[in-house]
Design a binder for this molecule. Structure first.
Ligand code: G
Ligand code: G
Ligand code: NA
Length: 253
């Protein structure tokens, strides 16, 4: 299968890049962080969507290496931003399958040491669906990460089936509301109530809460009314390469 061979090549040669998408305060637009998103420009010239190549990388054992490359690039980007006076955390998507590896944390620490990066400025994002697999090991690993000062965010929240008991046992820091709830909240009273419930749940669990996929000012305003203070989405900025991020920040504040 040609695409698989190309992907293996791109991962081994570290050709998959990152784009950064700003996270902002919904009230005042203040920049609060970035999410790093993998971008693969195939040699044919077109970009392959991450949904497609991440799934492929997961199915053929390349995801560990890919996520490691992305983590390294995120650390380098973090340092470049700090040099420009932009001092906010970057969150990096990681696969549950990586995090449960016994040497995961040691490798991460070694990377931070090698690149002289403050681990408090790198956050992890793990999807709710992946947090549900291998519960016991995940739970232990998250404790280790939290003790080291790292923050772990639960991504795409509301699309998985984590029990409240399990959720409250995890050392998480932020709950990221899946975009589907943001997009549907205006459609019906029921969807509005569900969103409200998720935001209240985050508060009860002592987690901060962020909404993704915000595209309109009405969505922004509604989220504020429901008690959500942080967000990301095309309303504020699309994911951008590092150079563009730096000029975006300069023109933004
Ligand atoms: O960039 P886009 O929103 O299309 O990304 C689609 C999905 O791919 C996101 O929901 C995100 O969780 C996942 N993704 C993006 N970059 C990475 C990455 O570096 N590693 C992993 N494991 N997933 C990623
Ligand atoms: O679930 P996760 O946060 O990893 O998803 C990030 C993905 O969502 C990225 O692929 C990014 O390109 C995409 N994205 C970010 N903001 C928006 C938005 O406002 N609208 C849409 N349609 N996609 C978005
Ligand atoms: Na994410």
């Amino acid at each position: 299968y040609a695409l698989l061979k190309d992907l293996r090549d791109a991962v081994v040669k570290d050709q998959i890049e990152i784009y950064l998408q700003p996270k902002v305060s919904l009230e005042n637009g203040e920049l609060i962080g970035f999410e790093a998103l993998a971008r693969w420009k195939h040699h044919s010239g077109s970009y392959i969507p991450p949904d497609q190549f991440i799934t492929l990388a997961e199915s053929c054992g390349l995801i560990g290496r890919l996520d490691e490359n992305i983590m390294r690039r995120s650390c380098v980007a973090l340092k470049a931003l700090i040099e420009q006076g932009i001092h906010v955390p970057i969150s990096v998507n990681v696969t549950g399958g990586d995090v449960v590896r016994p040497d995961y944390f040691e490798r991460l620490e070694a990377l931070f040491r090698e690149l002289d990066v403050d681990s408090q400025l790198i956050e992890l994002e793990i999807t709710e669906t992946q947090l549900i697999e291998e519960k016991a090991v995940i739970c232990k690993q998250l404790d280790v990460l939290k003790k080291s000062g790292m923050k772990v965010n639960i991504d795409d929240f509301g699309t998985g089936y984590s029990s409240l008991a399990y959720l409250s046992s995890l050392a998480l820091s932020t709950l990221k509301i899946d975009r589907s709830f943001v997009w549907r909240m205006a459609d019906s009273e029921k969807d509005w109530q569900i969103l409200k419930m998720i935001i209240d749940l985050a508060q009860v669990l002592g987690l901060s809460v962020i909404a993704e996929g915000i595209e309109t000012d009405i969505q922004r305003q509604n989220l504020i009314d429901l008690g959500c203070q942080q967000g990301q989405g095309y309303l504020f900025a699309r994911p951008m390469p590092l150079e563009q991020v730096i000029s975006w920040v300069e023109g933004y504040s």
